[in-house]
Design a protein around this ligand. Structure first.
Ligand SMILES: Cc1ncc(COP(=O)(O)O)c(C=O)c1O
Length: 370
C-alpha cells in the first residue's frame, strides 16, 4: 500500500531530540509516573499491583476497568462501546481500515492530522477537503460542508478541538454536522484527542450525538501521558465488532502495564484534566500577550486544544523559517508547510510554562534583529 509521507511526524522525528526548547509539542506538559501515582494515591500500592500482574496478553480488547473508565468520559456510552487501541493514531487507522474502501467518498475538514486525508487516499477513496479559513477565525462553514456531501459519502472526518488551529465546534454546530451526515447516511469520525483541554464544560462528543458517530482519543494530549501509547475508539457496538476483525491482525492487545496506568489516570480524570486546563489557560495567556506585543506576529486566538497557527511576517517559507529559528535560537516550532498551511507556523503552547516563556523570548529577540 503506497502512502504519502507524514509531514508533521517527519518534522518531529528530525528535530524533536535536537532542539533546546520544544514549542512543537502538542501534549499538555507530560506527567512523570511519580506524579501520576501521587495524583491517584497509589504511591504505596503500585509496586504490589504490578508485581502480581501475570504477563499474558491480558484482556484482548482492553480491561473492563479501562473500557469502563473511558466510557465514563462520555454521556451515553458503556464499556461495550469502547475498543482499546495503540494511541489515537492506531484508533484512526483502524476506523479507516474498517469503513473505507476503494472508490468511496470521504469529506475531511482541513487543516487536520494528516492521517485523515492520507489514509483514505491511500486506500483509493476520493477525499474532498473542506478548508477552515483564518478570515472567519478557522470556524467550519457548515454550508460548505453540506455542499461537499454526496449521496454516496461514506464518512466525514474532522479533528475537534482542531489541530492545528485551536478551533472548536460547539454543541449546536456538532448537531448540525450530525444532521448533514445523517442526510447522506454517512459516518462521522471525530478525532477528539484534544477533548478535555477546553475551559469550562467539556464539549459534547460526536459519539453521543450521532448514531453513526465515532470518537477516537487517547491518554496522550489532555491526559499528559503519551508514553503509555494508549487510545480508544468509542462508537456503536456493530462498528467495533467489525473493527475487531482488523484489530486481530495488527494489535492482539495493548500492553498490560499501559492498561494498568491508563485505568489509573482515567479514574482520576477530573484531577488530571483540571491540571491540564490550568496549564492551557495560563500558557494561552502568555502566547496571546506575546503575539499582541510582537509586531511581526498574527494569530486567531485558539478556543481549545494545545496549538495555535501563527503568521510571522518574514520573507522565508515556513519550513526554512522554522529551520532558521532552530539554528539561531534552539526553539522548535512546526512549519505550516508540513500540514498544508504555508505562511504559518504551529506553536504548541501547553508545554511547561517556563519553556514557553523562554522560547517566545528567544524568538522575539531573533526577530528584532532580523
Ligand atoms: C489530531 C491528532 N490525532 C491523533 C494524534 C496521535 O495521538 P496519539 O498519541 O494518541 O496516538 C495526534 C498527535 O499529535 C493528533 O494531533
Amino acid at each position: 500500500m503506497r502512502i504519502e509521507p507524514f509531514g508533521v511526524e517527519q518534522w518531529m522525528n528530525t528535530w524533536e531530540t535536537r532542539c533546546d526548547l520544544n514549542l512543537a509539542e502538542t501534549c499538555v506538559a507530560s506527567l512523570t509516573l511519580a506524579e501520576l501515582l501521587q495524583i491517584a494515591g497509589k504511591t504505596q500500592s503500585m509496586q504490589a499491583d504490578l508485581g502480581e500482574l501475570r504477563m499474558t496478553y491480558g484482556a484482548i480488547t482492553g480491561s473492563h476497568a479501562l473500557r469502563h473508565a473511558v466510557a465514563a468520559l462520555f454521556k451515553g456510552q458503556t464499556a461495550e462501546n469502547v475498543l482499546i487501541t495503540h494511541g489515537t493514531i492506531g484508533a484512526n487507522h483502524m476506523v479507516y481500515q474498517t469503513l473505507v474502501e476503494r472508490g468511496d467518498h470521504v469529506v475531511a475538514v482541513t487543516p487536520t492530522y494528516q492521517q485523515h486525508t492520507a489514509i483514505p487516499r491511500s486506500i483509493g477513496a476520493e477525499v474532498t477537503e473542506v478548508p477552515l479559513r483564518e478570515a472567519v477565525e478557522w470556524q467550519l462553514n457548515l454550508d460548505t460542508m453540506r455542499a461537499a456531501m454526496r449521496p454516496d459519502t461514506r464518512l466525514i472526518a474532522l479533528t475537534n478541538p482542531n489541530n492545528p488551529t485551536g478551533a472548536l465546534l460547539d454543541r449546536a454546530q456538532l448537531e448540525e454536522l450530525a444532521q448533514i451526515a445523517r442526510d447522506s447516511d454517512a459516518w462521522v469520525l471525530c478525532d477528539e484527542v484534544y477533548r478535555g483541554t477546553e475551559q469550562g464544560e467539556t464539549m459534547p462528543s460526536i459519539a453521543d450525538l450521532h448514531d453513526k458517530g465515532i470518537s477516537t482519543g487517547s491518554t496522550s494530549k489532555a491526559f499528559s501521558l503519551a508514553g503509555l501509547r494508549l487510545g480508544w475508539i468509542v462508537g456503536p457496538r456493530g462498528l467495533l465488532q467489525q473493527a475487531e476483525i482488523h484489530r486481530d491482525y495488527t494489535t492482539i492487545s495493548v500492553g498490560m502495564v499501559d492498561d494498568y496506568f491508563a485505568t489509573m489516570a482515567l479514574e482520576n480524570a477530573d484531577t488530571i484534566l483540571g491540571r491540564s486546563q490550568e496549564i492551557v489557560r495560563r500558557n494561552l495567556g502568555i502566547l496571546v500577550d506575546w503575539v499582541a506585543g510582537e509586531p511581526r506576529a498574527r494569530m486567531v486566538r485558539p478556543k481549545a486544544g494545545t496549538t495555535a497557527l501563527v503568521a510571522l511576517d518574514t520573507d522565508l517559507p515556513s519550513y526554512d523559517l522554522c529551520e532558521r529559528i532552530l539554528e539561531r535560537t534552539g526553539v522548535m516550532f512546526t512549519p505550516g508547510a508540513v500540514m498544508g498551511m504555508e505562511g504559518y507556523v504551529r506553536i504548541g503552547y501547553a508545554c511547561e510554562t517556563e519553556v514557553l516563556r523562554a522560547g517566545l523570548a528567544r524568538v522575539s529577540d531573533w526577530l528584532s534583529r532580523g
